[in-house]
Design a protein around this ligand. Structure first.
Ligand code: NDP
Ligand code: AOF
Ligand code: ZN
Length: 350
């Protein structure tokens, strides 16, 4: 079979339309070709809706062409009944003779069963194709399945001389964030918040900044707010208790306040490795990705445990001369971009 890698790249582009809405489902893309023409395309609908293959097959306006078509898909089609029926059944039923798959699905309910089912029905299958690109695209889902923890994105803003917060004297008055990065970076951060399932901060950040942690400057879904609060010292009149987004407090205390809508408490063990405890609990809660937005102690506990995948670091234009040092981190720098007056570096944990 002649495989056209460009159609798998197109699947990846299509799949990106599902960023932030499909989880815990993967954001799959699918292209159907007949000869040299694309006759159908689709991507995963928001969670609970049809999968990419179903949307692509239903987008074909001349279904008789399916008998000679090739279906390209970034991830192995499912073979099990989940919230929707198996995609393999629809592919086989529609008479598509060839399927080109980016990568196998590690989900225990699929893991090769989709490919086996297609082959058993006489469908010609090719897999993997552009494996590196498909793994990068499906990194959140794959990390969750393979490492049994969410994909972890560390994020902070540091001054030109490497501080993430000024000295206490500069922060008199109401608790609120001290802005180091500029408004363009802030908008980008709000976009990122809509792309991940959860956002996490440490106790001191919650107490000193009274953050909202919502994506107010970008349209999209607010992530689950997760706050480390061992002894529940964050005042209940703070924004994290305002009910504007579901919020989980990770605590060790049994004395929980009166229940409030959207506010949940999860007990974790604070005696050991915090990052490990957090990752295990988020895995149980089916959270596939989390942005850790500080502060220093919290970021350092994830770095020390090696539980991070990306670090997104803004460097502002101005020095602070003193204050709280930014975390020390080693990783492979994959990009450097100017965002307004700031420099954004992205590191990967290699
Ligand atoms: N520029 C930026 O991008 C950002 C700056 N900041 C700034 O950073 C400052 C806060 O940073 P920092 O003081 O390091 O505090 P953190 O926000 O990281 O919170 C640390 C606290 O969380 C609790 N905690 C319990 N166990 C652990 C553990 N194992 N690891 C980490 N924390 C644990 C502790 O509180 P307890 O003892 O009560 O249990 C600890 O003191 C603030 O001034 C904030 O404004 C914050 C975020 C981003
Ligand atoms: N100071 C600082 C950041 N601070 C982070 O943003 C949180 C505030 O979020 P919100 O209340 O939703 O606006 C704050 O608690 C901390 O986690 N972020 C940045 O991109 N740049 C900055 O200079
Ligand atoms: Zn499916």
């Amino acid at each position: 079979m002649k495989i056209q890698e460009k159609y798998i790249l197109r699947c990846i582009e299509l799949g990106k339309n599902g960023l932030g809405t499909t989880a815990p489902n993967p954001m799959v893309g699918c292209v159907i070709t007949a000869g040299e023409r694309i006759i159908g395309e689709g991507f995963t609908s928001p969670y609970g809706g049809p999968h990419a293959e179903v949307n692509a097959i239903h987008s074909v306006s001349h279904p008789e062409l399916l008998k000679e078509a090739t279906l390209y898909v970034s991830l192995e089609p499912c073979a099990h009944h989940g919230k929707t029926p198996p995609c393999t059944d629809l592919i086989i039923g529609s008479g598509i003779p060839r399927v080109v798959i980016g990568i196998k699905d590690p989900h225990s309910k699929v893991a090769g069963k989709g490919i086996a089912k297609l082959k058993a029905a006489g469908v010609e299958v090719v897999c993997p194709v552009l494996e590196r690109e498909c793994r990068e695209h499906h990194k959140r889902f794959l990390t969750f399945m393979e490492k049994k923890r969410p994909y972890v994105i560390l994020k902070w803003a540091e001054s030109a001389d490497g501080f993430i917060a000024p000295e206490k004297e500069l922060r008199e008055g109401e608790p609120e964030p001290f802005w180091i990065s500029d408004r363009y970076s802030r908008q980008l951060v709000h976009q990122w918040r809509t792309e991940e399932q959860a956002i996490l901060v440490g106790t001191t950040t919650a107490v000193e900044d009274n953050p909202r942690l919502t994506p107010r400057h970008w349209a999209g879904k607010a992530p689950l707010r997760v706050v480390v609060d061992r002894q529940l010292k964050i005042p209940q009149e703070y924004h994290l208790y305002d009910g504007t987004a579901p919020t989980v407090f990770l605590t060790e205390t049994n004395q929980l306040p009166e229940p409030r809508e959207g506010i949940h408490y999860e007990k974790i063990d604070f005696s050991g490795n915090l990052a490990l405890q957090v990752c295990e609990r988020l895995h149980e809660l089916e959270v596939q990705s989390v942005i850790v937005e500080g502060g220093r102690k919290t970021l350092c506990s994830f770095i020390k445990a090696g539980f991070w995948d990306e670090a997104r670091i803004f460097t502002g234009r101005f020095p602070l001369k003193n204050g709280l040092k930014s975390p020390e981190i080693e990783g492979k720098e994959v990009s450097r971009t100017k965002i307004g007056g700031d420099l954004l570096r992205i590191l990967e944990n290699d």
